[in-house]
Design a protein around this ligand. Structure first.
Ligand SMILES: Cc1ncc(C[n+]2csc(CCOP(=O)(O)OP(=O)(O)O)c2C)c(N)n1
Length: 582
């Protein structure tokens, strides 16, 4: 059957057809839909793990037990899971195990632009790189075969364009591989130095075999051009751009197996063309390999190491006309992200600003508290860093800092990697104040459940971690819950906890306003006769409020009636839907 499919959906179809039984992932754009789509197949058990390391270890457990398994993460998630990755590269697998890592060149929704291909090289495991939805499906199935044939976990590298573009896919039937026997094998699976020493040569032999495989595998294919003036080695989305610019004119070596790369195939290809180029986004991974083979190649001298490529960029750098069909509209207005109308995080940031707090930030919707007009966040690096770094900050600056610095972290991020930072605060004792912004969902990545929400990936009732009890059990005695829509309650909590002589946790609790179950109130209105144009209500940065004819104006299509703005008005200018003063 043929179907138009998103790259991520096609990958999930590949999981189904490959007979995968267990998938454990942590959400992260642009990888999230692979697991969400896989969950639509009853045959695949799918879950959200608390973080990527747990997800990878869970998938590894299932593989060792004898069932094909899967885990997915975004590029920065692979940093979190790097510890198991480098060692399961040594142990190998039992049933096939595939790890999807999705890069984000151009940083559409990421804090850095790292190139995950380095991980495949460093961990010495194969990496496949699809360039469209059909390949996302086919390569996924192939990845399981490679995993079992070569006794290795296999990485599939997606990127934003392949993950989130649609193209035609031909689907097939599911295979049901029999459960593999589980055999206790200490030499293979217990990586103490004596055993690991024996596994390392096996890894090197495996790489040599995989290079041989790369020479003949259909994953790496040559497309002969109509002339031999230009030869381009490329992969992933760049392959599509190159094809759109050159059609059949240039010769292309399209690499689908990005680690390890072939040697002879590349040399033969280079010998058949007058001028050799490598077109690849981000780092010169293919180019470095080609140069190591002693070949003359042009790559990063002309192509950037930053941002996504486009057909126009490739045409310009290679000195040809951009085809008319590839000319993109580039003068679109910017639409910077903002916290939604009624977002429960907004009131907390307003209060932190009011109290002139220093704010150690973290990653989630609440990172948008750093945007104007709030500009309320001092730092953001990676998940969990707010809680760990406030401790270091306070150790360095002492009481002066403890009295006005807070860490903010979302519920999902706290479960992911905030708990260990809090353990450090409780154990090594700084008088730090941590605010958990509990909106009962993993908001930023599109509403995934997490261990605090009480539901599993399929939305069925599941275990629910009680944040108050957890934090108390970790040794934090001062724990309080506030409603972020109640600005004076938030203000009191912040003031009291910063003044208290011991570490504390404030849980700011209100579900994300975009959750289906959350009831929206009718929009509020501004009485223009009472509005004194002081713009106090605009300090919140709510997208529902603008100025019209010199007065505050509420966009009734956006306002959800949270009434937070009304608490800032000194002139009682706000009214409810019936015209009553608020
Ligand atoms: C290591 C890592 N994994 C995944 C992500 C993707 N990501 C960004 S924010 C976020 C979680 C946000 O959820 P939460 O902490 O509950 O805050 P909310 O967005 O709901 O306010 C995730 C999974 C990431 N940036 N880094």
């Amino acid at each position: 059957m043929k179907e138009l499919m998103l790259g991520n959906k096609a990958l999930a179809r590949g999981l189904y057809e490959a007979g995968v039984c267990v998938a454990s992932s942590y959400p992260g754009t642009p990888s999230t839909e692979t697991t969400e789509e896989a969950a639509k197949y009853e045959e695949i058990y799918c879950e959200w793990a608390p973080n990527e390391k747990v997800a990878m270890e869970t998938a590894f457990g299932a593989s060792r037990a004898g069932k094909r398994s899967y885990c997915a993460m975004k590029h920065v998630g692979l940093n979190v899971a790097a510890d198991p990755l480098f060692t399961i590269a040594y142990t190998g697998v039992n049933a096939g195990m595939v790890i999807c890592v999705a890069d984000d060149p151009g940083m559409h929704s990421s804090q850095n632009e790292q190139d995950s291909r380095h991980y495949a090289i460093a961990a010495k495991i194969p990496m496949l790189e699809p360039s469209d939805s059909q390949e996302a499906l086919d390569f996924t199935k192939k990845a399981y075969e490679i995993s079992e044939e070569f006794d290795t976990p296999v990485l599939i590298k997606m990127c934003t364009r392949v993950a989130h573009s649609q193209s035609i896919v031909e689907t097939g039937e599911r295979v049901e591989p029999a459960m593999k026997e589980y055999v206790k094998d200490i030499a293979k699976y217990v990586m103490v130095p004596a055993n690991a020493k024996k596994r390392h040569p096996i890894v090197e032999e495996r790489t040599a075999k995989l290079i041989e495989f790369a020479e003949t595998s259909e994953l790496n294919r040559v497309e002969k051009g109509t002339d031999n003036k230009i030869g381009i080695i490329t992969s992933s989305t760049c392959y599509q751009y190159v094809k759109e610019v050159f059609g059949d004119k240039a010769s292309i070596l399209k690499l689908g197996l990005i680690n390890p790369m072939p040697v002879k195939k590349i040399k033969d290809f280079a010998a058949g063309v007058e001028k050799l180029y490598v077109v690849e986004e981000l780092d010169p991974i293919i180019e470095t390999h080609v140069k190591t083979l002693g070949l003359d190649v042009t790559g990063k001298e002309i192509f950037p190491m930053i941002d996504e490529f486009s057909q126009g960029l490739i045409a310009e750098k290679l000195g040809v006309e951009t085809p008319e069909s590839c000319k993109a509209i580039t003068d679109l207005p910017n639409r910077p992200p903002a916290m939604c109308s009624g977002c429960p995080h907004r009131g907390v940031f307003y209060t932190l600003n009011k109290n002139k707090c220093r704010v150690m930030g973290d990653i989630g919707c609440y990172t948008l508290g750093s945007a104007p007009p709030l500009c309320a966040i001092d730092t953001t690096e990676c998940m969990g860093a707010s809680v760990s770094s406030i401790h270091g900050f306070n150790k360095a600056r002492g009481e002066e800092s403890e009295k006005n610095t807070v860490a903010v972290i979302g519920d999902s991020t706290f479960m992911h990697s905030g708990m260990t930072g809090l353990a450090n605060i409780a154990y090594n004792q700084t008088n730090s104040t941590v605010i958990i912004l509990d909106n009962s969902i993993t908001g930023m990545t599109g509403h995934q459940q997490n261990p605090t929400t009480g539901f599993n990936l399929r939305g069925e009732p599941a275990g629910k971690i009680n944040l108050e009890a957890l934090v108390k059990a970790m040794g934090i005695n001062r724990v309080r819950v506030v409603d972020p829509y109640d600005l004076s309650a938030v203000d009191t909590a912040v003031k009291e906890e910063l003044a208290a002589p011991e570490p504390s946790v404030i849980i700011s609790r209100r579900p994300c306003v975009l959750l289906k179950a959350v009831k929206k109130n009718p929009p509020v209105k501004v009485n223009p006769d009472k509005c004194k144009s002081c713009k106090s209500c605009m300090q919140m940065g709510c997208p529902s409020i603008s100025f019209k004819d010199g007065k505050a104006h509420i966009d009734a299509t956006l306002c959800v009636g949270c009434k937070v703005c009304t608490q800032l008005c000194h002139f009682h200018a706000f009214e409810d839907a019936d015209g009553n003063e608020i």
